[in-house]
Design a binder for this molecule. Sequence first.
Ligand SMILES: [Fe+2]
Length: 302
Amino acid sequence: CLVNFAVKPGLSSTILLYEFDPQGRLVHRHSHAVPGFAFLHDFAITPNYCLFFQNPVSFNPVPYAIGLKGAAECISFNPKQPTQAILIPRNGKDPVQFIEAPPSFVFHHANAFEADGKVYLDSICYREFPTLKGGEDYRQVNFDAVPEGQLWRFELDLAQGKATETCLIERCCEFPVLHPDRVGRPYRYLYMGAALRSRGNAPLQALLKRDLETGADQLWTLGARGFMGEPNFVPHPQGQAEDDGWVLMLLYDAAEQRSELAILAAKDITAGPIARLKLKHHVPYGLHGSFTSQYFGPDAKA
Ligand SMILES: [Fe+2]
């Protein structure tokens, strides 16, 4: 099924949840009011819960309404307030649970799963909201002044109402993806964009695969002038192992001012691409990626 959400932010915010069956029919819809302003970019699911992080941010709409600032510039971070993990039961009936976690900011969650009577949530966390000033030349951004994203695991103990957090990846990283069949379930492999240097904030110029069972990493670097957005994991149709498949990524070669689609065997990221489809032009950044097995090129059947 497909699970999706909408949020109506305000002094109190409303989260709406939708579940669709494989035919695209809406089978479940429920809404929940949560106290305070909620800026929710992403969520995670398990068999029983929808998980959100309500980070300690507030929104002043006035400069945005009168055209002085962009919406993201009107968000301010309050480091004295905790993050609230919000667990909404997917049955729409049981009570919503709130668990406090240390203050941070999250755009993207990697995955969540249930084990040992607890709920685990893996997320790319920033130590505060990564603000960029309007009108600043993007080529002049001081990366060290902006917090980097790092992968953290939150163990949510529902019985105790307690969160325990562990940093899994300190290297600056974003856009985590995994085998689609492992979404919401215990999983082993995570793929993401990462910085070339192992500490501090920097652009995403490497593909990183983390084995969450052993802690081992595989890294393929795009070189000094290569930049990437979100990778995509495409499972092998007859694959057995969780990393049986390919990682597709659109990368930008700044030296050539062209983009290319690189395809890597997910089992061996370090070996680099098994195919590179070089375009004659660049593709503007879209941040996220998606994959379909449907062919849209010349002679495609309608
Ligand atoms: Fe996003």
